[in-house]
Structure formats: C-alpha cells, structure tokens
Design a binder for this molecule. Structure first.
Ligand SMILES: Cc1cc2nc3c(=O)[nH]c(=O)nc-3n(C[C@H](O)[C@H](O)[C@H](O)COP(=O)(O)OP(=O)(O)OC[C@H]3O[C@@H](n4cnc5c(N)ncnc54)[C@H](O)[C@@H]3O)c2cc1C
Length: 374
C-alpha cells in the first residue's frame, strides 16, 4: 500500500484541477481514475467559461463563478507554461443569443438581478438585433439580439484536461488510470481506497469522481445526491472564421469546425445520441445561421452532466470521517482556476475546504421540511 498526503478519487476536470493545486503546493498526491469506461463529463463538454446568469438568486454561486472567471487569464498562462499544452483559450466575451424579444427582455432582467446580488461586477450588456447583424452578417433574420458578458469565453476542454494531467505530473503528482475505486474507508489515521489492482492510502481523501461521488460519498458518511443529465452536441465540417465572439450554444473552434449543443435530458446513464435531439439542435443552429443548412455535420456525441437536485455544487467535509472531502459541480470548466487555487490552497494550508463553500453548498440544504396542513 502506498501512502501520501492526499488521495484524489477521480481524474476529471474537478479532480485534476484540485490535485494539481495540491501537488503544486508540495503535497504528495495520488489521483485514482476509473479510465475510459467511466462516464466522464470532462471529455464531452462544450468548453464554455461561462458566468452570464450563473448564480442568479444564489449570490454565493455567482461569487465563486465570477471569481473563477477573473482567475482564468493567469491560470491559463500558468497551465500552458507548466504543461506546454496550448489550451486554445479565449476570454474576450461571449453572447447569449436570443430567439425572441421576450427572451431578450427576460434575460436582461435576470442578468440585472444577478448583477445586483454580486459584489464582483460582470457588466453584461444588451446586444441589439442590428448590432448582432453588424457583428455577424450571416445571422438569421428572426434573431432578436443577445446579451454579452465580457468575462465569458471558451477553452478546448480536451486540451484543458490533458494540460491539467501533464501539469499535475510535472508537479510530482501520481496518476493511476484504470483504477476504479470500489471501496474507500478509514484506515488508522488515514484512508484506504481499494481498486481491482491494489489498495492506495493517504492521510486525507478528496472525492471528485463526478457521478461516481453518489456511490463513494456514503462510504465516508457523506452524500452526493447526483443524477446524470444528458447533453448532445454536434460538430460541423471546417469553415472559414465567421464568429467574432462565441454564442452560449454555438462556437467555432480554431480548426474551423462549429460546435453546437444546449440540450438537456433525463436519459439515465445512456450517453448515446438520438435523432429528435440532434434534429432540434440542427434546427436551432440553422435558425441562428441559415447558411448552415448547406454545411455538413461530421460528428455528434452525448455526455452526462453531474447534476445535483438544484443544479448547484455540492461541497462537503465528512463529520464521520474527518479528513474526507467531496466536491461535485456542474461547471467544471469554468471553475477550474477556482478549484486549482482557492480550493486546493484551503485543503493544503488548512486541511479543510473553504468554509464559505461548505456552508453554502452543503447537501444539508436538500433536507427541506414540508409543512403539514393541520
Ligand atoms: C454536454 C455537457 C456540456 C458541458 N458544458 C460545460 C461548459 O461549457 N462549461 C463548463 O464549465 N462545464 C460544462 N459542463 C460540465 C463539466 O463538463 C463538468 O462540470 C465537469 O466535467 C465535471 O468534472 P468532474 O471531474 O466532476 O466529473 P467527470 O468529468 O465526469 O470526471 C469524473 C472522473 O471520475 C472518475 N471516476 C468515476 N467513478 C470513479 C471511481 N469509483 N473510482 C475512480 N474514478 C472514478 C471517472 O473516470 C472520471 O474521469 C458540461 C457537461 C456536459 C455533459
């Protein structure tokens, strides 16, 4: 059995970002990852760094998201430098494009409320239909305008995952692939995680296994009531650059392909694609950009979001097994800098998760008492 400071269960975006932050601070960290057979949101996501509208009505979440967005430029520089992997990161603003006047009005009201609730300004603004047309001459005639947030951007999510792994290893972290943890338990002063190929130990453990946290957390007296929510994404053939800024569900990669998708379905653990959702996605794409009707689709995939009952993160420390922690989020791309910096610093320096996170995002919030009619 090997030992160290931290075991991180799960080598997706959350696990690797925090593991990198811990290793960079000189801790001995082992990441155990199930590997290619697992459901991995980190490998199928859209790649948005997105704060527009996030945390409306939940100031704690708005703060975390905005803080992470502000950390992105320095984080991207650092990760690219340490890993040598180019992230294809851009953060020059992005637009949520609106299909109707009513939608545009509603979004502006929602963004204004989120802005009023947050101490970190995001300064979103309305983009009128005519401004949108100037920026995107090929935009569809029915599009009503959009909302622009200068803090939003995009990154190539696969490159980000790869870069985090390389950076983690460069900081002397140990990464074990094909290591599905079946059981995790207290072991003397620390913890032992058992996989099919061996047992790994460390003084502390962080569960960052995405949907796998639902099964692992109860073993350490925590809970992660997560469910998969499927998203389906399509990719077109390569085109000349035509999007000055990306849209919330349409972006053009550096290679020229256009990625599109904003579907959300309850489909259990099925990661497949379906004709109706792909057709609806293509229909939305061609409404926004009618010229796309003549463009070939080259690829499509489905991926499962790591979703809590209210869509917000679940961040917890075990009372029953001190030294055990769990983090489950749905915006792992956007929050990578926050995880690598703020969360890792707190775990490394204080041996705990940031208290403002465990207070705001404890799973205890799901224990809502329903008043009985007497
Ligand atoms: C369609 C879609 C679009 C998205 N778009 C965006 C976006 O634009 N911007 C954004 O910020 N976020 C986006 N997300 C969310 C983002 O991808 C996730 O928040 C992030 O990937 C979650 O990271 P994770 O590490 O928690 O989980 P995962 O990426 O799922 O990784 C979990 C890891 O844990 C491992 N694992 C599981 N169980 C075990 C076990 N028992 N033992 C060992 N290892 C285990 C798996 O192998 C896996 O590698 C999107 C998600 C989807 C599905």
């Amino acid at each position: 059995m090997k030992s160290g400071d931290y075991l991180v269960i799960g080598g997706g975006l959350v696990g690797l970002a925090i593991a990198y932050g811990l290793a960079r601070r000189g801790l001995a960290v082992t990441v155990l990852d199930e590997g290619d057979v697992a459901h991995r949101a980190a490998r199928g996501n859209f790649g948005n760094i997105w704060i527009q509208g996030k945390g409306a009505g939940v100031p704690a979440y708005a703060e975390v998201t905005r803080r992470s967005a502000l950390e992105w430029p320095a984080f991207a520089r650092e990760i690219e430098e340490v890993s040598g992997v180019e992230l294809r990161y851009r953060q020059e603003g992005a637009i949520c494009v609106c299909f109707s006047e009513a939608e545009l009005k509603q979004r502006m009201a929602m963004l204004a409320a989120a802005e009023a609730d947050s101490t970190i300004p995001a300064e979103p603004r309305e983009v009128s239909a005519s401004e949108l047309r100037k920026m995107y001459p090929m935009i569809g005639p029915t599009m009503a305008g959009g909302t622009l947030s200068p803090l939003d951007g995009t990154v190539d999510p696969l490159r980000l995952l790869r870069a985090l792994l390389v950076a983690f290893r460069a900081a002397s972290g140990t990464y074990v692939s094909g290591a599905r943890v079946g059981t995790i338990a207290r072991d003397g002063d620390g913890f032992a995680a058992t996989t099919a190929t061996g047992t790994y130990g460390a003084a502390r453990v962080l569960l960052a296994a995405g949907l796998g946290n639902a099964m692992l957390a109860p073993q350490l007296g925590m809970r992660a009531p997560l469910r998969p929510v499927r998203g389906q994404i399509i990719v077109t053939e390569k085109l000349k650059p035509f999007m000055p800024l990306s849209f919330h569900f349409i972006r053009q990669t550096e290679d020229g392909g256009v990625i599109c998708g904003d579907s959300s379905e309850e489909a259990g653990f099925d990661e497949g694609v379906t004709r109706p959702i792909l057709a609806r996605t293509a229909d939305r794409l061609t409404t926004v950009f009618p010229f796309m009707k003549d463009v070939r689709l080259v690829r499509a995939w489905g991926a499962l979001r790591v979703m809590s009952p209210d869509g917000l993160p679940i961040v917890q420390a075990s009372q029953e097994a001190p030294g055990a922690f769990a983090v489950s989020v749905h915006s792992g791309v956007t929050l990578s800098p926050f995880h690598a910096a703020v969360v890792a610093a707190s775990l490394a320096d204080e041996g705990r998760l940031p208290p403002h996170l465990t207070q705001s995002f404890s799973p205890d919030r799901f224990d809502v008492q329903i008043p009985r009619n007497s």
